[in-house]
Design a protein around this ligand. Structure first.
Ligand SMILES: *[C@@H]1O[C@H](CO)[C@@H](O)[C@H](O)[C@H]1NC(C)=O
Length: 215
């Protein structure tokens, strides 16, 4: 009886683990066919006989993103949308450029853990654990340092050097998704009611309107 319970517990635990990331492939590849009318969890496969080496290739990650925006950073993503060959592989990557003092604002990836390597400059990184601890874990990274952000947790980066900084990140989903907290909370479409945000953030409603006007 006890061993059967243990078995069931193990089964339940392994199920939730499997569901926490992209499903693993059931064939060598399933190159995304974005024009397919078939709707599946992911993207339908292109005819394997028509698959070419170019389906597995993305060019252009050497190109610096334009950081002349409000936050002073630019994320160039290589997900299944840019690289059809990585459909079903549970992996993707990104190049993150930072102007001096630039930040990659607090955000989460609903479907991926992220591992980030610093290629150039010094980058302060951090993530916050979930309720009720809400503990901040933060570090200043130098060239060659690698840091991991757990799936779903709010995290951020900031260039603390004097020049342009560069990081390369890998993510454990073909389509990690990104929820930027400021955009989601203050820039939703339509707006979240100001009364709700005033109470949630414990400030006057006018402060909420002021922030909402920026997103
Ligand atoms: C990021 O850089 C690309 C390439 O320079 C540019 O097209 C894009 O508008 C930039 N994105 C932001 C948010 O600044």
């Amino acid at each position: 009886m006890a061993s059967r319970l243990l078995l069931i517990a193990f089964f339940v635990a392994s199920c939730s683990l499997a569901l926490a990331s992209d499903p693993s492939p059931l064939q060598d590849f399933c190159v995304a066919d974005p024009n397919s009318a078939v709707l599946v969890n992911g993207v339908a496969c292109k005819d394997p006989n028509l698959v070419q080496a170019n389906d597995f290739l993305f060019r252009g990650l050497q190109v610096m993103g334009d950081t002349s925006n409000d936050v002073g950073s630019n994320v160039t993503v290589v997900t299944v949308a840019q690289l059809p060959g990585l459909n079903t592989f549970g992996i993707s990557m990104a190049r993150i450029d930072f102007a001096p003092d630039g930040i990659n604002p607090p955000h989460t990836h609903p479907r991926a853990t992220e591992i980030l390597a610093v290629i150039k400059g010094s980058i302060e990184v951090g993530f916050v654990t979930s309720n009720t601890e809400n503990r901040l874990l933060t570090k200043v990274l130098e060239i060659g340092d690698v840091f991991v952000f757990p799936q779903g947790l709010i995290h951020f980066q900031r260039n603390v050097g004097h020049d342009h900084a560069l990081a390369i990140a890998a993510l454990s989903s073909q389509n990690p998704g990104a929820i930027t907290i400021a955009d989601a909370v203050f820039g939703s479409n339509p707006d979240i009611n100001g009364d709700i945000l005033a109470k949630a953030f414990q400030v006057d409603k006018n402060i909420i309107y002021q922030i909402q006007s920026k997103f």
